[in-house]
Ligand binder design. Structure first.
Ligand SMILES: *[C@@H]1O[C@H](CO)[C@@H](O)[C@H](O)[C@H]1NC(C)=O
Length: 161
């Protein structure tokens, strides 16, 4: 299993231990399934389409290699590792059109019916309560109504070793 664990990592020494802050972003190490069953393998990076305003540090617009203009649902999955005890988790998402976020197989509070791609900072969600020490899985179910579809996300995690 190949995945990029940490896009960037900052380490600060604190009295209570080692404080980690790192981000998980949409990139080619995410996996894409179209209509939940057809694997497109690793995500493709998309060029920004007209109307896509979301810009998130280090994140790219992604989707299936072949399915950008397919109407219907795709899922985009990424695994990541949290060393130590999670202390915070702030998720930003832009999706064309609808999305639901699942973390560690739980439906989260991070979902929107439409229009997140028009928000420059995306849809902001606190997902701390879904994060666990060790291996984590984040899944986005993205529904494209027609025309170009895509997803951009950035999850900033802090933890304490
Ligand atoms: C497609 O995805 C949207 C957004 O997550 C969700 O609301 C809807 O229930 C999904 N539809 C199906 C048929 O899975």
């Amino acid at each position: 299993m190949v995945f990029k664990i940490l896009t960037f990592l900052s380490i600060f020494i604190m009295t209570s231990g080692v404080f980690l802050e790192f981000s998980i972003v949409s990139d080619e190490s995410s996996w894409v399934y179209v209509a939940s069953t057809l694997s497109e393998g690793n995500a493709a990076i998309y060029t920004t389409q007209g109307g896509w305003a979301t810009k998130l540090l280090d994140a790219s617009w992604i989707g299936g290699k072949n399915a950008m203009n397919v109407a219907g649902n795709s899922t985009i999955t990424k695994f990541f590792y949290i060393a130590g005890i999670p202390e915070s988790g702030k998720l930003s998402v832009g999706a064309d059109d609808y999305f639901t976020t699942y973390i560690n197989d739980k439906t989260t509070n991070c979902r929107i019916d439409s229009g997140s791609f028009t928000l420059s900072a995306g849809r902001l969600c606190d997902v701390f309560s879904y994060l666990v020490n060790g291996l984590n899985k984040i899944v986005f179910e993205v529904k494209n109504g027609g025309g170009p579809g895509g997803l951009m996300f950035r999850l900033v995690v802090t933890s304490n070793l």
